[in-house]
Design a protein. Structure first.
Length: 464
């Protein structure tokens, strides 16, 4: 829906707190209903596909969000037609939508949207030209819905992505928000993993967002051990949640002080809590790294929750973990298999993927899905070495609903067993993790969270 006109913004500071920064995890789950990739055993130890070769590089480069494919208009495909059951379409991305030419980007980060579907289904996005489609899902959805998900997709050698639709017919929209460069000359660097925490929750002040409401979030990472931390931040990785929406709408996010975003970072439906991963380029507020959020709620209201799950930094900052795509996306956890039961109520499950990466692996680029939990619930996924569960929700789902979320999953630090822990709040919840790539710290640098990045001072300023 279009953004309504609104009066000039006014500001009032509502919170200044010290809080742990997060590299979190948006959890996900898959179930037995239609709209999710079939249950399967996880890939056996030693059988995971190798990571694709990336010469140097691996830095995340944000771009102004641009639409690269839309089956409703024929954009990117040259024809107007839904993607039919069992059909795969190929989208050329190299040299388009802000992505450099073939070979200069190893993977893209896109907002993948389905709409006007005729049946519950799932979409799988993967590098074009693979001899076999991977047994993973990128976006799972119920019939007669519109849903989206931020996903990381490795590119083929000629810069293309394939998108497969399992059942029914649906329109598919692809918006590019960034890419991982193979060139080392970029001014952008790698990922800094940190323990999970919530940096904003509108419920704390008891005032939900209405049309035109917003918030500026400024973070001060400066410590005695890292006095230049603020200068090193290039982008934020956050998990956004909409809680108790009384009408449909969306939240947009952008770099504070820059041109407002034209595409949503999170959409939601009336009465249905929603969530989405977002990567937001760094802005500035009083010289602090900051980001701005704005609500369009269709005359109703919704609460906004923001969990910071990491930062992308300048080259050479701390671990400076760079992205390496897998040659083929893989499934590493599937609780629907006979060897791994579904998550029970109030259960914490230890999870490991020992054949993904090695001692320098700090995080996984993943897609997670909840399908058909037996009760309204939330799942929190966090690094396996933490002894206290963070008070964040990685994904929220209503009873019987289908929810997918992209995720950057910070691993135990230093890397030990288990890699991750997953907590399910209520009911019985099937759980699936699909992985498209890993983040590797610089050669000779151990995959450990740097203590100087462990906390940040948060300033939240509500705007209208």
């Amino acid at each position: 829906m279009p953004s309504p006109s609104r009066p000039p913004r006014t500001h009032r500071t509502i919170a200044t707190t010290a809080t742990a920064v997060t590299v979190g995890v948006t959890a996900a789950v898959a179930g037995v209903l239609c709209g999710v990739a079939p249950a399967q055993a996880t890939t056996p130890a030693g059988a995971h596909p190798s990571a694709a070769s990336v010469v140097g590089g691996g830095a995340y480069v944000p771009v102004t969000p641009r639409r690269s494919m839309d089956t409703r208009t024929g954009l990117g495909l040259g024809r107007v037609a839904k993607v039919g059951p069992g059909q795969t379409v190929t989208v050329p991305l190299a040299g388009r939508a802000g992505i450099p030419g073939a070979g200069a980007a190893s993977a893209v980060v896109v907002n993948l949207t389905e709409t006007n579907n005729t049946a519950g289904s799932y979409l799988t996005a993967y590098p074009a030209g693979l001899p076999q489609r991977p047994g993973t899902s990128s976006l799972s959805f119920a019939g007669r819905s519109t849903q989206s998900n931020l996903v990381t997709v490795p590119l083929s050698a000629d810069g293309k992505v394939a998108i497969y639709n399992a059942a029914g017919s649906t329109d598919v929209v692809v918006d590019v928000v960034g890419y991982y460069a193979t060139d080392v000359s970029t001014t952008y660097g790698g990922l800094q993993t940190l323990p999970p925490s919530r940096v904003f929750d509108s419920r704390d002040a008891g005032v939900a967002f209405q049309d035109g409401d917003g918030v500026d979030i400024a973070l001060d990472f400066t410590t005695s051990g890292n006095p230049n931390a603020n200068d090193q931040v290039r982008a934020f990785v956050v998990n956004l949640s909409a809680a108790n929406p009384t009408s449909g709408g969306y939240f947009k996010a952008w770099a504070t002080g820059q041109t407002p975003a034209t595409t949503p970072s999170l959409t939601f439906r009336p009465g249905v809590d929603g969530g989405s991963l977002a990567i937001i380029e760094r802005g500035d507020s009083a010289s602090l790294p900051s980001m701005t959020f704005d609500a369009s709620v269709g005359g109703g209201s919704a609460n906004l929750l923001i969990d910071l799950v990491g930062v992308f930094t300048a080259p050479g900052a701390s671990a400076d973990a760079r992205f390496t795509p897998l040659e083929t996306p893989i499934r590493v956890v599937d609780t629907r298999s006979t060897t791994s039961p579904n998550l029970a109520a109030a259960q914490t499950r230890e999870l490991s993927a020992p054949t993904l990466g090695g001692p320098t692996t700090t995080a996984l680029a993943a897609n997670l899905t909840i399908v058909g939990p037996t009760a309204p619930t939330y799942v929190t996924v966090y690094p396996g070495d933490l002894t206290t569960r963070p008070t964040v929700s990685s994904i929220n789902a209503g009873r019987g609903t289908i929810v997918a979320n992209g995720a950057i999953l910070g691993l135990s630090s230093p890397r030990t067993t288990p890699d991750l822990k997953a907590y399910n709040a209520v009911g019985t919840t099937p759980f699936v993790i699909d992985v498209t790539g890993t983040f590797q710290s610089a050669p000779g640098v151990a995959a450990a969270r740097a203590p100087q990045w462990s906390k940040a001072r948060v300033e939240a300023t509500r705007t209208r």
